[in-house]
Design a protein around this ligand. Sequence first.
Ligand SMILES: Cc1cc2nc3c(=O)[nH]c(=O)nc-3n(C[C@H](O)[C@H](O)[C@H](O)COP(=O)(O)OP(=O)(O)OC[C@H]3O[C@@H](n4cnc5c(N)ncnc54)[C@H](O)[C@@H]3O)c2cc1C
Length: 155
Amino acid sequence: MLKDTYVRTIYAGNAVQTLRSSDPVKVVTVRTTSFDPTAAEGGGAAEEKLAVPEAPKNSEFVGQELSKSDRPELGSARVVISGGRGMKSGENFQMLYDLADKLNAAVGASRAAVDAGMVPNDMQIGQTGKIVAPVRKHAGEYSNSHQFTRPDTQL
Ligand SMILES: Cc1cc2nc3c(=O)[nH]c(=O)nc-3n(C[C@H](O)[C@H](O)[C@H](O)COP(=O)(O)OP(=O)(O)OC[C@H]3O[C@@H](n4cnc5c(N)ncnc54)[C@H](O)[C@@H]3O)c2cc1C
């Protein structure tokens, strides 16, 4: 790859564009699932300790709620089961959870299913949700829109 050359998706993920930017300052985003994981040890990055600035007075940390699941994490799962608006209710997603448990798969959902309040938004897959890179994806009651399907995934 030539210097200052980048690859990005365009037309809502339907085409891949390679471009070169001569701008002195570039703001780039990285799709972590497009790269092999690096070794957990042996890195040589410099470590710098910084003083934590005082929190602004007009906001306050109240707490955090982390969703916990025994299933694989959506972003790195090899198999993803995903439900769309046609699932009709959050209760019906139980069918997908049961199937996912048998296949050791993660469960995701379309934006339409999330917007309809069937499942929480951390399950949303796609351009405006989580980027997934499964080897195989099973979709239930989906319209197969391009915003959540990567071209190299087996559907
Ligand atoms: C800029 C932009 C970004 C977007 N980003 C995302 C994104 O990141 N992720 C995302 O998911 N969407 C995204 N969307 C929305 C996306 O385009 C689709 O509208 C949405 O994903 C459709 O979801 P769906 O397939 O669940 O719903 P629908 O399109 O309503 O499809 C449901 C399907 O289920 C079928 N069905 C219904 N009932 C049954 C039944 N009983 N049995 C069998 N089949 C049934 C229907 O015939 C239909 O084909 C984005 C849209 C825009 C414009």
